[in-house]
Design a protein around this ligand. Structure first.
Ligand code: NAP
Length: 430
C-alpha cells in the first residue's frame, strides 16, 4: 500500500442511493483498499435532516451539521454528492467542492447535463476529478467505456433505452393498461412516487446530452432536442405494433449527420428482431456505433440502489487510484462546439393511428391529406369499432420528412371525422 496515503470521503445525501453506498463502503472497505492499494475512510456524512430515522445507525461523530461543510473541511478529499436536482444544494455543493480542490463523484444527471461544461472546466483548472458514471444508465458502465474502452473509435451514433421506469411500463403494456402498469411499477419500487420526468422524457434528455458530449467530444448541446415521453402510448398501439412486427421502445438517440448533431428522445417502433427490442423490464441498454468498432452494445440494470452503487464505487476507485482525468475524456480546450439541428428534415417511416367515424369518403380524405404532405402509405389496417359506427385506421407510412409528418397529423386533427387525437409514432431502423 502507498505509504501515508489515505483518502477521506464525505457522502452528502443519504436517501435511496446514499445510504446504500455508505453501507457498501463500510462492509467492503478491506476489499476496496486491497483492489486499489490505497486506504480510505468514510469520514463524514450529511443529509437534510440529521435526526431523521434511517435504516442504519451512523456514528454521531461522522455527521456534518451543515452539508456545505463538506466543501470546506481540510480533512475531506472526496465528496460524493447524492442530493439530486440541477440547482439548489447539489449545485452549491459541487461548485464549492471543486473550487476548494476536492474530488467529486456524483450520480446527478440533471446537474451534469445543465452545468457539466462549467464544472468540468473548474475541475480541470483545480486539478481534481469530477466523475459521474452513475448519472447515466445506473449500473451500465457506459461513461467509462466511452472515455476509455472505446477511445480508439470515431463514434457516429449513440442511443439506447435509458429509463428503466418507462421501459418497464412499455414492456408490460401487452398485459395491462398504462395506469395499472404504472401503479405496479410504483409498488415494486421501479417508479418514483412522482415519476413525471421518467414518463415525459426529461430524464432521458439529460442522459443523452451527457452521452452525446462524451461520444463526440463536444460541449453539452442543449438546443434542438425533440423530447417526447411515453404518456401518450396506449395498450392498443402496443398490440398493433406487435401485429405489424414491431415493438415500441422509448429511446434517447444522438447522431452526427453531415457534420451536424441530431439529438432526440421519443417512443418509437423498432423491428422485433432488433437486439434492443428484447431489452425488457427495468433494463437499460446503450449502443454505440463507430469506427473501427462497428456496433457495440452494453446492457444492464439502469437504476436502483445496487446498480447505482456499483457505478459510484467504480468512480470512487478511480479517484483512489489517483491521476487526474478530464471529466469529459478530453481537455476543455479539445472539446468541440457542434452545430445541432432539429428533426425537421430527418426522414422517418411512421405509425399513424386514427380513430374515425366510419363513413364513406373518410379514407380518401385521409390519403388526400397525406399525399398533399408528400406522405405515401406502405400498409393500412382498418378495424371496425363498436357496431361499425367507428373505425380505427392504422397506417404505416413510407419515409417522409419529419416536418411533413407533423404537419399532416396537425391537418388530420382538424377534421370532424377524426374522433380522438391521432397517434403518431416514428419508426427507427436500428
Ligand atoms: N434512485 C435511483 O435509482 C438513482 C439512479 C441513478 C442516479 N440517481 C441519482 O442519485 C441522486 C440521489 O438519488 P436518491 O434516489 O438517493 O434521492 P433521495 O432518496 O431523494 O435522497 C436524497 C438525499 O438528499 C438529501 N438532501 C435533500 N436536500 C438536501 C439539502 N438541501 N441538503 C443536504 N441534503 C439534502 C436528503 O436528505 P434527507 O434524507 O434528510 O431528506 C436525502 O438523504 C440523484 O441525483 C438521482 O438522480 C438515482
Amino acid at each position: 500500500m502507498k505509504k501515508n496515503k489515505k483518502i477521506n470521503i464525505a457522502i452528502v445525501g443519504l436517501g435511496n442511493i446514499g445510504l446504500n453506498l455508505y453501507l457498501h463502503l463500510i462492509k467492503n472497505k478491506k476489499t476496496i483498499i486491497k483492489k486499489n492499494n490505497v486506504n480510505f475512510d468514510v469520514k463524514y456524512v450529511s443529509a437534510k435532516t440529521i435526526h431523521k430515522k434511517r435504516k442504519i445507525k451512523i456514528p454521531k461523530k461522522k455527521w456534518l451539521t451543515n452539508f456545505i461543510h463538506a466543501s470546506k473541511l481540510k480533512d475531506i478529499d472526496l465528496v460524493v454528492e447524492l442530493i439530486g436536482g440541477a440547482d439548489g444544494a447539489a449545485k452549491k455543493l459541487v461548485f464549492n467542492c471543486l473550487k476548494n480542490k476536492k474530488h467529486v463523484v456524483t450520480a446527478n444527471k440533471a446537474l451534469i447535463s445543465k452545468y457539466g461544461d462549467q464544472l468540468a472546466l473548474l475541475a480541470e483548472k483545480k486539478k481534481v476529478n469530477l466523475e459521474f458514471e452513475a448519472a447515466v444508465a445506473g449500473g451500465v458502465p457506459i461513461i467509462r467505456t466511452l472515455k476509455e474502452g472505446l477511445i480508439a473509435n470515431k463514434a457516429s451514433k449513440v442511443y439506447g433505452i435509458l429509463n428503466g421506469t418507462s421501459n418497464y411500463i412499455l414492456s408490460n403494456m401487452d398485459k395491462m393498461n398504462f395506469k395499472s402498469v404504472l401503479e405496479k411499477a410504483k409498488k415494486l419500487g421501479y417508479a418514483e412516487r412522482n415519476p413525471k420526468s421518467d414518463l415525459n422524457g426529461e430524464d432521458v434528455k439529460s442522459k443523452i446530452q451527457i452521452l452525446s458530449s462524451l461520444a463526440f467530444n463536444s460541449f453539452i448541446i442543449k438546443s434542438n432536442i425533440n423530447i417526447e415521453g411515453i404518456n401518450n402510448i396506449d395498450e392498443v398501439d402496443i398490440k398493433n405494433a406487435e401485429i405489424l412486427g414491431y415493438k415500441i421502445k422509448h429511446l434517447g438517440l444522438s447522431e452526427i449527420e453531415n457534420g451536424k448533431l441530431i439529438q432526440c428522445v421519443h417512443p418509437c417502433l423498432i423491428k422485433k428482431e432488433s437486439r434492443i427490442s428484447n431489452i425488457n423490464g427495468v433494463l437499460n441498454a446503450v449502443i454505440v456505433e463507430g469506427k473501427p468498432i462497428g456496433k457495440f452494445v452494453l446492457q444492464g440494470e439502469g437504476a436502483g440502489p445496487g446498480p447505482t452503487t456499483s457505478a459510484l464505487v467504480s468512480d470512487i476507485c478511480s479517484v483512489l487510484r489517483g491521476n487526474i482525468k478530464f471529466p469529459f475524456a478530453v481537455s476543455h480546450l479539445n472539446r468541440k462546439k457542434i452545430t445541432s439541428i432539429d428533426l425537421s428534415n430527418k426522414m422517418f417511416s411512421s405509425y399513424i393511428r386514427l380513430d374515425v367515424i366510419d363513413k364513406k369518403g373518410v379514407l380518401s380524405s385521409i390519403t388526400k391529406i397525406m399525399s398533399k404532405n408528400k406522405i405515401s402509405v406502405k400498409r393500412l389496417i382498418q378495424n371496425p369499432l363498436r357496431g361499425k359506427k367507428f373505425a380505427s385506421i392504422v397506417i404505416v407510412s413510407h419515409k417522409a420528412k419529419n416536418k411533413n409528418l407533423v404537419k399532416c397529423i396537425n391537418e388530420l386533427k382538424k377534421n370532424n371525422f377524426i374522433l380522438k387525437n391521432p397517434k403518431f409514432i416514428r419508426i427507427e431502423e436500428i
